[in-house]
Ligand binder design. Sequence first.
Ligand code: FES
Ligand code: FES
Length: 158
Amino acid sequence: MRTITITVNGLSREATVEDNELLLNVLRDKLGVTSVKAACWRGECGLCTVLLNGLPVKSCMTLAVEADGKEVVTAEGLYSDERARKLQESFVEHGAMQCGFCTPAFVVTSHYVLSRDPEIDGEDLKRELSGVICRCGTYYQIYDAVRDARKYYKDKNL
Ligand code: FES
Ligand code: FES
């Protein structure tokens, strides 16, 4: 066991972890960050996606010790970002969810994608979001929500 420190959604958090403990488990079970979901536990569904030092990673494929000293952002942490808040509102406006189980991962991934390329569209957008699976099949509403939110990521005043 060892104690690690992770900045989670802007707050410095400590956790005592095993060397082989997953970041997913530590976030959910030890730090109470429950927007991070899991279905496959083997890197396929993308529901456990978080931003680690700004890059999307699957937290079921990431050891907690790998996040020691780093910054993790989840859907909860995006609410303080004006653009990301409007992105989430766009998901609601477009009905881009049924059960909502995949929504936090899509919001995190979409925020990352739009932050890099606010003009993205078409097959490029689908490819960039393809790491997250929606078992309810609301893909077209998700694409519409993300496309509609592009204007916020182009807005220099936000
Ligand atoms: S639970 Fe991590 S990719 Fe499915
Ligand atoms: S809305 Fe149910 S899994 Fe995507």
